[in-house]
Design a protein around this ligand. Structure first.
Ligand code: DX5
Ligand code: ZN
Length: 216
């Protein structure tokens, strides 16, 4: 079953609580929470305080995508803010990714790495046993509303083959430019979780869009 994780980056920030409260009834599986530090990416969004504020508004897992230079600094704060899943970029300044993934698990959360479009799948191969999920960026991180980069499909196939060959259960999550058309291509290539920002929040009927993206 494909999971859909709406990115609240594309929600109306002036009515964020309302948007989050509706997601479960609209059929979402996870809440995707894009943290940007204005350093790793050229944009700033929100942090643990906002996560803590939305935590009581939904029972869905909060999937925190850390687009920050020093992700290890944010493991405890996000744990305390009620996050369920933490993903960290292999391109960040974190030198000890394996240890950081272990620290996320030790804090009681699910852990994963994120790869930018230019980063080869090989960079996560030796981390897979510590990853509940791998997030493949299908746009360059920093902004919602960009176009899907088709080369991502080859990365999904390569990663899926590696996961299956090793008998692992690591989920493949895709983030950026997901719409009904690219969603289908990602699922056919082997994706398990689809992040969708503008597709869901700009839709006239978000529930219908979530069903369409999932293919059910
Ligand atoms: C981009 C973020 C994405 C973004 C996706 O840096 O990581 O989660 O919100 O937005 P769409 O679906 O509009 O491409
Ligand atoms: Zn994201």
């Amino acid at each position: 079953m494909i999971k859909i994780a709406p990115s609240i980056l594309s929600a109306n920030f002036a009515a964020l609580g309302e948007a989050v409260s509706k997601l479960a009834a609209q059929g979402a599986d996870w809440v995707h929470f894009d943290v940007m530090d204005g350093n790793f990416v050229p944009n700033i969004t929100f942090g643990p305080n906002t996560c803590k504020a939305i935590r009581p508004l939904t029972d869905l897992p909060i999937d925190v995508h850390l687009m920050v230079e020093h992700p290890s600094d944010w493991i405890e704060p996000f744990k305390n803010a009620g996050a369920d899943i933490l993903t960290i970029h292999v391109e960040s300044a974190e030198r000890h990714l394996h240890r950081a993934l272990q620290a996320i698990h030790a804090a009681g959360m699910k852990a994963g790495v994120v790869l930018n479009p230019a980063t080869p799948v090989s960079t996560c191969v030796h981390l897979l046993s510590e990853c509940d999920l791998v997030l493949l960026m299908s746009v360059n991180p920093g902004f919602g509303g960009q176009s899907f980069i088709p080369e991502t499909l080859n990365k999904i196939r390569a990663l899926k083959a590696e996961i299956e060959a090793r008998g692992l259960h690591t989920l493949i999550e895709i983030d950026g430019g997901v719409n009904p058309d690219t969603a289908k291509q990602c699922v056919n290539a082997g994706a398990d979780v689809l992040v969708a920002g503008s597709a869901v929040f700009k839709a006239d009927d978000p529930a219908e869009m979530i069903r369409t993206l999932r293919g059910s």
